[in-house]
Design a binder for this molecule. Structure first.
Ligand code: ATP
Ligand code: MG
Length: 423
């Protein structure tokens, strides 16, 4: 294949056996979200560019340098979805979904960001996320955090940590912002160019810098907790208490600021040491002002987005030592006569069994068939050779226990029933 036809940088093809891991994760996510009473929303892959400029904030990294923006044939500026929250709010407004009270939605699908591809960072990646609209109190914050944490816990991921912070609100955030600016101002010359650029626009983002030049000034920066107004303080305390009640372990981490402009009060991230530099697998928080800023009513909201690629990387690291469990049957036909006899049996097995039925139609030796069975991670091999057929039998080999058993050859339905009872 010529080089210029390969998949674009920062994108990935997903194929077996990897695609099975994606399906398993997505199935579990859907079941979890539905158990929490969240309904799925799907929105277009592209939207009017203005939605993201306004929704995500003009000065965020996403808008200034990461968007895939193009002009369509009608001369309109369109952007591939770089995040889901603004489209979800747009759709909820467009279809008057806020009119009937609180609203709980989840989504699962691709996002597009023009980033430098590296481990855990891609140009097309996939997110699962939830948005809970209509509750200003700390209960909703804890509900969405619990949902994310349940997913982590259901996979028994041991090295994940939940980091929690409060960014304050319109009342107290300006004071914190000013305090940060005063703190960083005298050092800006010594800090990274990126931080110098960010200082005026949003000094909170300086706390997010990974540049080693910035580290000493970040370490000594004031923390938001000491600036919180009384209602924000109470909100944070209540979130902390609810999390303790729910026995969800967490750290209050004053350096969590999140990349998007719309967060207020609660912000949180779930990180894992497995991920290296891109350590965050899930990020979220409260964004009470967003719905109104997109032209809607004042609807409080809280949500998160979780990266599926990074989540699967964590699972992969955990499972590296584990073998994929065997499941299903490899049907082995040795010779043309056996093949003819087995074709209707295969069809019947595929109708009856929940586990997969594998078959190879090639003329191969037993050993070659068994190699394929191993590659397919089949639990059993159902073998038909000429000697067995002459006796009116098939051989069922348990590939895990390494045991053979003779099975009478009969009507396909009867063979399938017997096998079903074995599995
Ligand atoms: P980062 O600090 O790693 O750039 P972010 O703050 O941009 O993350 P969010 O916009 O909050 O991330 O997205 C939530 C989650 O989506 C991240 O924690 C990550 O798991 C995933 N994610 C975001 N961007 C990418 C990407 N380019 N490639 C893979 N996953 C991503
Ligand atoms: Mg990013």
């Amino acid at each position: 294949m010529p080089d210029n036809l390969s998949a674009p940088r920062g994108t990935a093809d997903i194929y077996p056996p990897e695609s099975a891991r994606w399906n398993e994760l997505e199935t579990r996510i859907r079941a979890l979200a539905e158990r929490y009473g969240y309904g799925e929303i799907r929105t277009p892959l592209f939207e009017a560019t203005e939605l993201f400029v306004r929704g995500v904030g003009e000065q965020t990294d996403i808008v200034t340098k990461e968007m895939y923006t193009f002009t369509d044939r009608g001369g309109r500026s369109m952007t591939l979805r770089p995040e889901w929250t603004a489209p979800v709010v747009r759709a909820a407004l467009e279809h008057h979904l806020f009119a009937s009270g609180p609203l709980r939605l989840y989504y699962i699908g691709p996002i597009f960001r023009y980033e430098r591809p590296q481990k855990g960072r891609y140009r097309q990646s996939h997110q699962f996320g939830v948005e809970c609209f209509g509750f200003a109190g700390p209960e909703a914050d804890v509900e969405v955090i619990s949902l994310a944490w349940d997913l982590v816990r259901s996979y028994g991921i041991a090295d994940a940590s939940l980091n929690l912070n409060s960014l304050g609100d319109a009342v107290c955030r300006p004071r914190y912002r000013q305090a940060l600016l005063d703190h960083f101002q005298p050092h800006l010359e010594a800090m990274s160019a990126e931080s110098r650029a960010r200082a005026q626009r949003n000094p909170l983002r300086l706390l997010d810098s990974k540049d080693p030049d910035d580290a000493p000034y970040i370490a000594s920066a004031p923390v938001p907790e000491s600036f919180l107004c009384a209602p924000c303080r109470e909100h944070l305390d209540a979130v902390v208490q609810y999390l303790e009640l729910a026995k969800i372990p967490f750290f209050v981490n004053p350096r969590i600021v999140r990349g998007l402009d719309y967060y207020e009060r609660t912000v949180f991230e779930i990180t894992s040491s497995v991920l290296g530099a891109q350590s965050s697998v899930c990020g979220g928080g409260r964004y009470d002002g967003l719905v109104a800023s997109l032209g809607g009513p004042a609807v409080p909201a809280v949500g998160f987005a979780l990266g599926l690629e990074r989540f699967l990387m964590i699972l992969q690291a955990r499972d590296a030592q584990r073998e994929t469990p065997r499941s299903g049957v490899q049907v082995v036909a040795l010779g043309a006569q056996a093949r003819t006899i087995l074709v209707p049996i295969v069809a019947e097995l595929r109708r009856r069994l929940r586990e997969p039925t594998f078959v190879d139609y090639g003329d191969r030796k037993l050993l070659a068939h068994l190699k394929l069975a191993d590659r397919n991670r089949a639990r059993y091999a159902l073998i038909a050779g000429s000697e067995e057929l002459a006796r009116g039998e098939l051989v069922l080999r348990d590939l895990q226990e390494r045991r053979d058993r003779a099975m009478p050859l009969g009507e396909p339905r009867v063979v399938a029933e017997r096998l079903e009872a074995e599995l």
